[in-house]
Design a protein around this ligand. Structure first.
Ligand SMILES: Cc1cc2nc3c(=O)[nH]c(=O)nc-3n(C[C@H](O)[C@H](O)[C@H](O)COP(=O)(O)O)c2cc1C
Length: 167
Protein backbone atom coordinates (compact mmCIF):
# COMPACT_ATOMS: atom_id res chain seq x y z
CA UNK A 1 0.00 0.00 0.00
CA UNK A 2 1.25 3.52 -0.87
CA UNK A 3 1.50 5.49 2.36
CA UNK A 4 3.90 8.28 1.27
CA UNK A 5 2.50 11.62 0.14
CA UNK A 6 3.14 12.18 -3.57
CA UNK A 7 3.30 15.75 -4.90
CA UNK A 8 2.61 16.33 -8.61
CA UNK A 9 3.38 19.58 -10.39
CA UNK A 10 4.12 21.18 -13.76
CA UNK A 11 7.74 22.46 -13.84
CA UNK A 12 8.24 26.23 -13.99
CA UNK A 13 7.35 29.29 -11.98
CA UNK A 14 6.65 28.50 -8.36
CA UNK A 15 7.29 24.81 -9.00
CA UNK A 16 10.92 25.39 -10.03
CA UNK A 17 12.16 24.46 -6.56
CA UNK A 18 10.06 21.29 -6.58
CA UNK A 19 11.42 20.41 -10.03
CA UNK A 20 15.00 20.79 -8.74
CA UNK A 21 14.15 18.62 -5.75
CA UNK A 22 12.65 15.92 -7.98
CA UNK A 23 15.75 15.94 -10.19
CA UNK A 24 17.89 15.68 -7.05
CA UNK A 25 16.29 12.32 -6.28
CA UNK A 26 18.39 10.88 -9.11
CA UNK A 27 21.62 9.80 -7.40
CA UNK A 28 24.73 10.49 -9.46
CA UNK A 29 28.46 10.23 -9.23
CA UNK A 30 30.52 13.41 -8.97
CA UNK A 31 33.11 14.67 -11.45
CA UNK A 32 35.54 17.54 -11.80
CA UNK A 33 35.85 18.69 -15.41
CA UNK A 34 38.92 20.70 -16.39
CA UNK A 35 40.09 22.66 -19.42
CA UNK A 36 42.98 24.91 -20.34
CA UNK A 37 42.46 28.64 -20.88
CA UNK A 38 44.91 31.40 -21.80
CA UNK A 39 44.62 32.54 -18.16
CA UNK A 40 45.51 29.10 -16.78
CA UNK A 41 43.71 25.93 -15.75
CA UNK A 42 39.94 26.00 -15.19
CA UNK A 43 37.78 23.42 -13.40
CA UNK A 44 34.18 22.80 -12.39
CA UNK A 45 32.43 20.25 -10.21
CA UNK A 46 29.74 18.56 -12.31
CA UNK A 47 27.27 15.72 -11.79
CA UNK A 48 25.66 16.01 -15.24
CA UNK A 49 28.14 13.47 -16.62
CA UNK A 50 26.77 10.52 -18.57
CA UNK A 51 28.18 7.78 -20.72
CA UNK A 52 26.91 7.93 -24.32
CA UNK A 53 28.64 5.58 -26.77
CA UNK A 54 31.18 2.76 -26.65
CA UNK A 55 32.14 2.90 -30.34
CA UNK A 56 33.05 5.64 -30.91
CA UNK A 57 33.82 6.29 -27.24
CA UNK A 58 31.61 9.27 -26.30
CA UNK A 59 30.58 10.82 -23.00
CA UNK A 60 28.69 14.02 -22.15
CA UNK A 61 28.20 16.60 -19.45
CA UNK A 62 26.51 19.97 -19.39
CA UNK A 63 27.48 23.40 -18.13
CA UNK A 64 25.18 26.16 -16.94
CA UNK A 65 25.20 29.17 -19.25
CA UNK A 66 25.07 31.32 -16.10
CA UNK A 67 28.34 29.94 -14.72
CA UNK A 68 31.37 32.23 -14.58
CA UNK A 69 33.21 29.23 -16.06
CA UNK A 70 30.94 29.00 -19.12
CA UNK A 71 33.18 31.07 -21.43
CA UNK A 72 36.17 28.84 -20.70
CA UNK A 73 34.40 25.52 -21.25
CA UNK A 74 32.33 26.56 -24.25
CA UNK A 75 35.56 27.60 -26.01
CA UNK A 76 37.60 24.53 -25.06
CA UNK A 77 38.55 21.97 -27.72
CA UNK A 78 39.60 19.48 -25.03
CA UNK A 79 38.44 18.74 -21.52
CA UNK A 80 39.29 16.13 -18.89
CA UNK A 81 36.53 14.53 -16.81
CA UNK A 82 37.69 13.24 -13.43
CA UNK A 83 35.33 10.86 -11.65
CA UNK A 84 35.74 11.21 -7.90
CA UNK A 85 36.11 8.48 -5.29
CA UNK A 86 34.42 8.78 -1.91
CA UNK A 87 37.69 9.97 -0.34
CA UNK A 88 37.98 12.83 -2.90
CA UNK A 89 35.23 15.11 -1.54
CA UNK A 90 37.82 17.81 -1.03
CA UNK A 91 38.30 17.95 -4.83
CA UNK A 92 34.55 18.44 -5.33
CA UNK A 93 34.61 21.36 -2.87
CA UNK A 94 37.57 22.98 -4.64
CA UNK A 95 35.69 23.41 -7.91
CA UNK A 96 32.39 24.86 -6.74
CA UNK A 97 31.72 28.57 -6.18
CA UNK A 98 34.30 30.06 -3.81
CA UNK A 99 36.48 26.91 -3.84
CA UNK A 100 40.27 26.93 -3.92
CA UNK A 101 40.41 25.68 -7.51
CA UNK A 102 43.90 24.63 -8.57
CA UNK A 103 45.70 26.49 -5.74
CA UNK A 104 48.26 24.10 -4.27
CA UNK A 105 46.91 21.20 -6.30
CA UNK A 106 49.11 18.71 -8.16
CA UNK A 107 48.18 18.73 -11.87
CA UNK A 108 49.80 18.48 -15.30
CA UNK A 109 48.59 19.13 -18.86
CA UNK A 110 47.04 16.03 -20.45
CA UNK A 111 47.28 14.86 -24.11
CA UNK A 112 45.08 17.66 -25.49
CA UNK A 113 46.29 20.26 -22.99
CA UNK A 114 43.43 19.97 -20.48
CA UNK A 115 44.69 19.79 -16.89
CA UNK A 116 44.96 16.28 -15.45
CA UNK A 117 44.57 15.90 -11.68
CA UNK A 118 46.43 12.78 -10.59
CA UNK A 119 44.98 9.84 -8.69
CA UNK A 120 41.25 10.29 -9.21
CA UNK A 121 38.90 7.26 -9.32
CA UNK A 122 38.65 7.44 -13.12
CA UNK A 123 39.45 9.97 -15.83
CA UNK A 124 38.42 10.59 -19.43
CA UNK A 125 40.59 12.88 -21.56
CA UNK A 126 38.24 14.20 -24.24
CA UNK A 127 38.32 16.05 -27.52
CA UNK A 128 35.16 18.09 -28.10
CA UNK A 129 32.90 16.04 -30.40
CA UNK A 130 29.71 18.14 -30.40
CA UNK A 131 27.96 20.89 -28.47
CA UNK A 132 24.17 20.88 -28.24
CA UNK A 133 21.69 23.41 -26.93
CA UNK A 134 20.33 22.32 -23.57
CA UNK A 135 18.16 25.25 -22.55
CA UNK A 136 19.94 27.10 -19.75
CA UNK A 137 22.80 24.58 -20.09
CA UNK A 138 25.13 23.68 -22.97
CA UNK A 139 25.56 19.93 -23.55
CA UNK A 140 29.16 19.05 -24.37
CA UNK A 141 29.86 15.66 -25.95
CA UNK A 142 33.44 14.50 -25.78
CA UNK A 143 35.29 11.81 -27.70
CA UNK A 144 37.45 9.96 -25.19
CA UNK A 145 41.05 9.87 -26.40
CA UNK A 146 42.50 8.34 -23.25
CA UNK A 147 41.02 6.90 -20.07
CA UNK A 148 42.34 5.90 -16.65
CA UNK A 149 40.89 4.18 -13.59
CA UNK A 150 41.87 2.80 -10.22
CA UNK A 151 40.25 0.64 -7.53
CA UNK A 152 38.07 2.29 -4.92
CA UNK A 153 34.48 3.34 -4.23
CA UNK A 154 32.59 6.22 -5.87
CA UNK A 155 31.55 9.52 -4.34
CA UNK A 156 27.76 9.81 -4.68
CA UNK A 157 25.50 12.89 -4.80
CA UNK A 158 21.76 12.96 -4.20
CA UNK A 159 19.25 15.46 -2.81
CA UNK A 160 21.98 18.03 -2.25
CA UNK A 161 24.23 15.76 -0.21
CA UNK A 162 27.43 13.83 -0.78
CA UNK A 163 27.46 10.22 0.35
CA UNK A 164 28.82 6.76 -0.32
CA UNK A 165 27.58 3.80 -2.31
CA UNK A 166 26.08 1.00 -0.19
CA UNK A 167 25.34 -2.45 -1.61
C1 LIG B 1 27.54 18.04 -6.84
C2 LIG B 1 27.53 19.23 -7.77
C3 LIG B 1 27.28 19.03 -9.11
C4 LIG B 1 27.28 20.10 -10.01
N1 LIG B 1 27.06 19.85 -11.33
C5 LIG B 1 27.11 20.86 -12.21
C6 LIG B 1 26.96 20.60 -13.60
O1 LIG B 1 26.80 19.47 -14.03
N2 LIG B 1 27.03 21.66 -14.46
C7 LIG B 1 27.22 22.94 -14.00
O2 LIG B 1 27.25 23.87 -14.82
N3 LIG B 1 27.38 23.21 -12.69
C8 LIG B 1 27.34 22.20 -11.79
N4 LIG B 1 27.53 22.45 -10.46
C9 LIG B 1 27.80 23.83 -10.04
C10 LIG B 1 29.28 24.16 -10.27
O3 LIG B 1 30.13 23.21 -9.67
C11 LIG B 1 29.68 25.50 -9.67
O4 LIG B 1 29.31 25.54 -8.31
C12 LIG B 1 29.04 26.64 -10.35
O5 LIG B 1 29.41 26.63 -11.71
C13 LIG B 1 29.56 27.90 -9.68
O6 LIG B 1 29.18 28.94 -10.47
P1 LIG B 1 30.24 30.02 -10.89
O7 LIG B 1 31.14 29.38 -11.86
O8 LIG B 1 29.38 31.08 -11.49
O9 LIG B 1 30.96 30.46 -9.62
C14 LIG B 1 27.52 21.41 -9.54
C15 LIG B 1 27.78 21.60 -8.18
C16 LIG B 1 27.79 20.53 -7.30
C17 LIG B 1 28.10 20.77 -5.86
Amino acid sequence: MQTELITEFTPGGEATRAFRDALGRFATGVTVVTCATPAGPQGITANSFSSVSLDPPLVLWSIARSSTRFAAFSAAGHFAIHILAEDERDLAARFTRGGAGFDGLDWAPGPGGAPVIGGTFARFDCRLHAAHDGGDHLILVGQVERAAQRDGAPLVFSQGNFGAFAR
